[in-house]
Design a protein around this ligand. Sequence first.
Ligand code: CA
Length: 224
Amino acid sequence: MRILVVEDEIGLAEAIGAVLRKEKYEVDISNDGQSGLENALTDVYDCIILDIMLPKMNGLDVLTYLRVKNIETPILLLTAKSEVDDRIKGLDCGADDYLTKPFSMGELLARIRAMLRRKGIFTDINPKFLDITLDMKRGELICNENSVLLGRKEFQMMELLISNAGKIVTKEMFVKKIWGYDDDSEYNNVEVYISFLRKKLALIHSTVQIKTRRSIGYCLDGAK
Ligand code: CA
């Protein structure tokens, strides 16, 4: 799960980033509207946290532009108490929710989860597929009484595979969601991490297999 934070108060942006990373989200931070827009246009994010008052381009303009460009990423607006009109304008322009500053990090996380849930984006606390469970808090892959710790990339790849169970996850999708940019040299990494994950599935004696689908990508399946 990859989140973009567009916030010009550096301290706040970093604090939000730290909390989100602790919750196992990948986070990119932009400190002005223009770079926020450029990042958001790549369409790799599952959610965007967007401040309204921003240098270079204001949050409402960023939001409007994204919706015109058919970028439908869920957007949570951050507003100051005095910006009531902007808040209403924001919802009219296609924001999904707003949060008034100051807010608690707990509330921010709850709003993000609610927003993703409404959008039908996978937010199961501990995603499961057949005999495996991904423990989000401990970062472990579990099968019956066996468990193994996953590295950060392995964890994100397994999360993506489980949330797309039954469908092919392309190499491009892994690279975009996890590495965050499109670069041929990254495709080899996907193969390396898939081989690590296969070893770990075997280690915990799971019947789940990661099948290669031609050269397109990978798909979770039970052993036949
Ligand atoms: Ca601001």
